[in-house]
Ligand binder design. Structure first.
Ligand code: FAD
Ligand code: 2HG
Ligand code: ZN
Length: 457
């Protein structure tokens, strides 16, 4: 096929493969639930090469699926089953272009692994605030395309808030660059925001200027046992009163979920003598005084918000606690693929959601196991449900949960995006005006629907 030869010539021998064994990992999403097919994986080495590849595909009317680390949760980065879509990997676009310590910013290519971005900032005593369980393999371009969340949103905001400038390639190959490192810039529309969170459907992100923070200094980590999810919400408000904005992470995990993790990784254990119904794992930037968290938690215990608590004595203990949290997705996969519901609610309505969710699940599927955990500081819960083997109830359960979320003013997709698997919910839960404007934008930027078709909209 002429197009494939054209692409191979643009990127050279290092920049493509059609070897079925190598393609396998790129056509399957990480849980193995969705499996597609492609004739070619192309890995350009520069923005110019991406632009030329996209132009060639546009001329031939062939679709492109941008792919980062392929750790996404909604099958957005894998091609469909037609065998016609080209997968475009950003993996070779992995240079840290510069770190400007004085400006608290850095310019990176889209294929940089998130952990490498964090490390490059730390080398000059700066802090890149995005952090999530997949940080050793996801790419910054994927993080921006999904507007990823993770554990530090409670203090620093989502991926969107970490971006000062962006470069992207449009559906006709045009390069749009706003790689400025400015904190204030009101000249015209903020175009970079179009590409952030659009999951590769409006353009391919090729580079970004990221915002850095001062290193947060000493972090205290605690695991706090609580009675109900409502106590987590009240504990957060209490600690915010005591510690202002020093809370870096505030994660809720049910006892059932930690049991799943320790069952999967036997060397891990919950550090209490007996189980409690719920736990909060939190990080606090304590500055010079490591007693701050201790005092704040004692006051919370006096107020009846805490059943028990351990504060990590050193970084190894803290890392062990966080390993339990970050292993949840993997442990869940090992017990079978649960239905994933990545929902957000106003924090004040979380408890009502969990109480009513329990009743709903009891009615629809009494044997279902609830895998509830998440970024409660952001009102974001992973309300995953493992149905009994062979159950045909999946769609009914998901719809009932999303209807409840919607009734309570929440969103069916808090941080994982829409991708392919949640597309049908977008038109259900977003208003006609919103959907129409999304369609207008998609048509204007990608009139021939070659950028990640079948995803999001
Ligand atoms: P991919 O999966 O490769 O792609 C995701 C989407 O972005 C696709 O639609 C793809 O087409 C598009 N895309 C990728 N790169 C580009 C680009 N350069 N330009 C345009 N489009 C592009 N997510 C969270 O938000 N918070 C978490 O806490 C979290 N924890 C996780 C923990 C684990 C163990 C795992 C496996 C995943 C987790 N995720 C989490 C989900 C996932 O890691 C994030 O969605 C991440 O941002 C995806 O990055 P990626 O590079 O793997 O993107
Ligand atoms: C997390 O917070 C990720 O660990 C994954 O967003 C959530 O596996 C999930 O459902
Ligand atoms: Zn999450």
């Amino acid at each position: 096929m002429l197009l494939l030869e054209q692409i191979k010539n643009i990127v050279g021998p290092k920049g493509w493969t059609a070897d079925p064994a190598e393609l396998e990992a790129h056509v399957t999403e990480w849980r193995g639930v969705v499996h597609g097919s492609t004739p070619l994986l192309v890995s350009p080495g520069s923005t110019r090469e991406i632009s030329l590849v996209v132009r060639a595909c546009a001329d031939a009317g062939v679709a492109i699926v941008p792919q980062g680390g392929n750790t996404g949760m909604c099958a957005g980065a894998v091609p469909d089953e037609s065998g016609t879509q080209i997968v475009l990997s950003l993996a070779r676009m992995n240079k840290i272009r510069n770190v400007d310590a004085a400006n608290f910013s850095m310019e990176v290519e889209a294929g940089c692994i998130l952990q490498n971005v964090q490390n490059a900032a730390a080398e000059v005593n700066r802090y890149f605030a995005l952090s999530l369980g997949a940080e050793g393999s996801c790419q910054i371009g994927g993080n921006l395309s999904t507007n990823a969340g993770g554990i530090n949103v409670v203090r620093y905001g989502t991926a969107r808030a970490q971006v000062l400038g962006l470069e992207a390639v449009l559906a006709d190959g045009t390069v749009v660059s706003s790689l400025r490192s400015l904190r204030k810039d009101t000249a015209g529309y903020d175009l970079k925001q179009l590409f952030i969170g659009s999951e590769g459907t409006l353009g391919i992100i090729t580079a970004a200027v990221l915002k850095l923070y001062p290193a947060p200094g000493t972090i205290s980590t605690a695991l706090v046992a609580i009675e109900t999810s409502g106590h987590a919400v009240r504990l957060l408000a209490h600690l915010r009163g005591e510690l202002a904005d020093a809370i870096e992470a505030f994660e809720l995990v049910s006892d059932f979920v930690f049991g799943m993790v320790t069952g999967h990784i036997p060397e891990l254990s919950v550090p209490f003598e007996h189980p409690y119904p719920w736990y909060v794992l939190l990080d606090v930037a304590v500055g010079g005084s490591s007693d701050r968290l201790d005092i704040a938690l004692s006051k919370a215990a006096d107020a009846g918000l805490v059943l028990d608590a351990v504060i990590a004595k050193n970084s190894a203990e803290a890392a062990r606690l966080w390993r339990m949290r970050h292993s949840i997705a993997e442990a869940e996969r090992s017990v079978g693929n649960a239905l994933k519901h990545d929902v957000s609610l106003p924090i004040s309505r979380l408890e009502e959601f969990l109480v009513r969710g329990d009743i709903l699940l009891g009615e629809l599927s009494p044997e279902a196991k609830l895998i509830a955990f998440g970024h409660v500081g952001d009102g974001n819960l992973h309300y995953n449900v493992a149905l009994p083997d062979g159950s045909k109830n999946g769609e009914a359960v998901s719809s009932a949960i999303y209807d409840l979320v919607d009734e309570l003013g929440g969103s069916f997709s808090a941080e994982h995006g829409v991708g392919r698997t949640k597309r049908h919910y977008l038109s259900k839960y977003r208003g006609d005006g919103e959907i129409e404007l999304m369609r207008i934008l998609k048509k204007a930027l990608d009139p021939n629907n070659i950028l990640n078709p079948g995803k999001v909209i």
